[in-house]
Design a protein around this ligand. Structure first.
Ligand code: NDP
Ligand code: MG
Ligand code: MG
Length: 341
């Protein structure tokens, strides 16, 4: 059983006694900075010159400095810029300004695991990785809850790295939901695998193939959209509440039988072999290298793939339908509008 820990297992005063610099104010950065501040932590945000996020952070009353200035006054530097720029930000603006013994804290292990950043040996290197998008990390905190976190210590120069990481996890609300102890290697490899094979890559491709199969067979795209994309959320909600078993309990016997006979026909053993190939490329660093080299070259492959994805017919159908749905919702009290649409 994994080692789990909660609010009672961490001491908030550890992080409250430190000066914390959050570098980056995007999805995770804004959530960490605001949750830390609301937990009574002395926090400043470090951003590049001309940053688009600066005004947003200042409007929240946060102190915004250059990355160099923020790092220079910090005991804990939280690196929350996009993964592909972290090594450049680290070598140009973070490393030259670090006080001896400053803790480096990451939200994902990519740059450490694949060797793009090699911290000084006197630094504590820790990770607090929320298992959810940044906007939920903030929303859950405000609502008195939290997004679960996984926590790791890569380098413990001070002997206090774990206590600090746990305290930080508590301050961003993560230990209200629970923390699990992990390593940088486990977090990085499982995170990349999950998003590639199941959550983002696998689910998107499954939905697109389902939509294509129905529309190519002559069914209406709107009906195909509802069946293959919209309803997915309802199914996933049941899975989260009670596992795959609850989903199967809730659907009709017809759907449950179809699940058993056709699931393994659609997603057969070859898919598992493909997943093993994806995992091997993650473990070997081949995926990381492909991503970083493309980013360094101005992201030609990334941009081409993004454009291809956006032009898939399911996006056009979805946009029209979602527009209609929100309009229907707004017009809830006057159903005549439905007739006239
Ligand atoms: P974002 O893409 O949302 O971060 C954008 C922020 O980084 C902006 O404030 C941006 O400034 C700033 N930034 C970009 N380039 C630079 C630079 N060269 N120097 C200084 N600041 C810069 O990142 P995420 O929040 O998605 O990811 C941050 C980390 O958290 C990553 O390690 C990621 O893997 C991890 N993570 C992310 C999750 C998520 O929910 N997105 C979930 C769990 C972990 P500007 O506004 O000026 O562009
Ligand atoms: Mg990820
Ligand atoms: Mg059905």
């Amino acid at each position: 059983m994994a080692e789990m820990f909660y609010d009672d297992n961490a001491d908030l005063s550890v992080i409250q006694g430190k000066k914390v610099a959050v570098i980056g104010y995007g999805s995770q950065g804004h959530a960490h900075a605001l949750n830390l501040r609301d937990s009574g932590v002395d926090v400043r945000v470090g951003l590049a010159e001309g940053s688009k996020s600066k005004e947003k952070a200042e409007n929240e009353g946060l102190k915004v400095l250059s990355v160099a200035e923020a790092v220079a006054e910090a005991d804990v530097v939280v690196i929350l810029t996009p993964d592909q720029v972290q090594r450049t930000v680290y070598s140009n603006d973070i490393k030259p300004n670090l006080k001896p013994g400053t803790t480096l804290l990451f939200g994902h292990g990519f740059n450490i695991r694949f060797g793009y950043i090699t911290p000084e040996s006197d630094a504590d290197v820790v990770m607090v990785a929320p298992k959810g998008p940044g906007h939920l990390v903030r929303r859950e905190y405000v609502d008195g809850r939290g997004v679960p976190v996984i926590v790791a210590v890569e380098q413990d120069a001070s002997g206090n790295a774990w206590d600090l990481a746990a305290s930080y996890a508590k301050a961003i609300g993560g230990l209200r939901a629970g923390g699990i102890k992990t390593t940088f290697t486990e977090e990085t490899e499982t995170d990349l695998f999950g998003e590639q094979a199941v959550l983002c890559g696998g689910a998107s491709q499954l939905v697109m193939y389902g939509f294509e199969t129905l529309t190519e067979a002559g069914y209406q795209p709107e009906v195909a959209y509802f069946e293959c994309l919209h309803e997915l959320k309802l199914i996933v909600d049941l899975m989260v509440e009670g596992g795959i078993a609850k989903q199967r309990w809730s659907v009709s016997d017809t759907a449950e039988f179809g699940d058993y006979v056709s699931g393994p026909r659609v997603i057969d053993e070859r898919v598992k072999e493909n997943m093993k190939g994806v995992l091997a490329d993650i473990q070997s660093g081949a995926f990381a290298k492909r991503f970083i080299e493309d980013q360094d070259a101005g992201a030609p492959e990334f941009k081409r793939l993004r454009e291809k994805g956006a032009s898939h017919p399911i996006e056009k159908t979805g946009k029209e339908l979602r527009g209609l749905m929100s309009w229907l919702k707004d017009a809830d009290t006057d159903s005549d509008y439905v007739e006239g649409s």
